[in-house]
Ligand binder design. Structure first.
Ligand code: NAP
Length: 337
């Protein structure tokens, strides 16, 4: 039997790389769309280069998406590419909608013309809930985005649902409303990774080549990690668990929306406390705050109810909060020695 073919936009990102490994393991042929960099940087997929096909392109270029689909003819498409930082989206609102919102529609529309039977996964996000009035949130909780990234994601989400219910040309587009999921491959501009990389630099007494944060400053300054709102509440899971849920959604007969979450909520301060606990240090001595890392409009508390995913997909998170923090800290201790 011919191998199934999966096409992933954003293949070099955190989720794209874990999904690639997962699908190769399942016997898929995997291809991905990547932006061409000035230097040949494959990021998280550099070790997989010989096992996958790369198409250079951009979500803002429908032509590049079309050429890849014509050539690869995927059975499944995972649209993971996006500008993923909610905080940075405030200072680049146009790119947020052009890439994360309209870019997704380019994928849906080109797929409709070229591979109309392909099943599509759209990477929706819990950020679409904004500051929700109900906790936990599920598939019926109203969206009320509080940042440009989330607004762009809501637009893509609604266009996905529209594609699904289109009577003339219905498409299979499943939306995963994923709550935060982290890993050692998370970008250093995200708070969890800033904390675990910072903990590693402090514990290892690293003084040079300190990794940089989202504003281009060293993550550790004068022996301290600088964070935003320590009371921000999130539901953090482990990325490899979450990419399995994406695949499960495309194995269904009918496309639908699914919340993917752990159902456990923690503050940023608790994440920092747990990360410093892993190396036997007291977090209060090493963390300071700066309002520049607090978004102008706050989101949360975010806490998901994954009951539908459990019932219909049979999905459950395999890792809990403490496992996640430990995995990330240990990885960064080795990386920033
Ligand atoms: P990530 O690590 O930031 O990866 C995003 C990928 O998108 C990168 O490979 C990036 O490539 C690519 N990209 C950005 N702009 C592009 C463009 N114009 N054309 C083509 N590719 C472009 O994000 P992630 O954590 O893996 O997340 C995957 C998806 O899930 C995203 O859509 C994200 O919004 C969504 N999501 C994530 C979470 C989470 O907690 N991780 C939660 C809910 C939803 P470059 O390297 O070239 O920048």
């Amino acid at each position: 039997m011919a191998k199934k073919r999966a096409f992933i936009t954003g293949i070099s990102g955190q989720d794209g790389s874990y999904l690639t490994e997962f699908l190769l393991e399942k016997g898929y042929e995997v291809a991905g769309l990547m932006r061409r960099n000035a230097v040949s940087e494959l990021g998280n997929i550099k070790d997989l280069r010989d096992e996958i096909k790369i198409y250079y392109g951009d979500l803002q270029s429908p032509e590049s998406i079309a050429l890849s689909l014509v050539d690869f003819k995927p059975d499944e498409i995972y649209n993971l590419a996006a500008l993923t930082s909610p905080l940075n989206s405030f200072s680049d609102k146009i790119s947020a909608i052009m890439v994360t919102g309209i870019g997704a529609v380019h994928v849906f529309e080109r797929a409709k013309q070229i591979v109309p039977d392909a099943k599509i996964y759209q990477a929706s996000t819990s950020e679409m809930y904004g500051a929700p009035t109900e906790v936990p949130q599920d598939e019926n909780t109203p969206f009320s985005p509080h940042n440009p990234y989330a607004a762009a994601k809501e637009y893509a989400h609604r266009m996905a649902v529209m594609g699904r219910i289109d009577k003339k040309h219905p498409q299979f587009i499943a939306c995963g409303i994923l709550f935060n999921h982290e890993s050692p491959r998370r970008g250093l501009n995200f708070v969890t990774r800033k904390i675990t990389a910072g903990v590693a630099c402090i514990k290892n007494n690293r003084r040079e080549n300190i990794p940089l944060n989202e504003v281009g400053e060293p993550i550790v300054q004068n022996g301290k990690i600088v964070l935003g709102d320590l009371e921000a509440k999130r539901d953090w899971g482990y990325a490899p668990d979450y990419v399995e849920a994406m695949w499960m959604m495309l194995q269904q007969e009918v496309a639908d929306d699914f919340v993917i979450a752990t159902g456990e909520v923690h503050t940023v301060g608790e994440f920092a406390e747990e990360a410093f606990n892993v190396v036997g240090l007291n977090w209060k001595e090493y963390v300071i705050t700066d309002p520049k890392f607090v978004p102008p409009v706050q989101t949360g508390p975010l806490c998901g109810n994954p009951a539908k995913a459990k019932k219909i997909l049979g999905w459950e998170p395999k890792h809990k909060f403490k496992d996640l923090v430990k995995i990330m800290v240990h990885s960064d201790l080795a990386k920033f020695s």
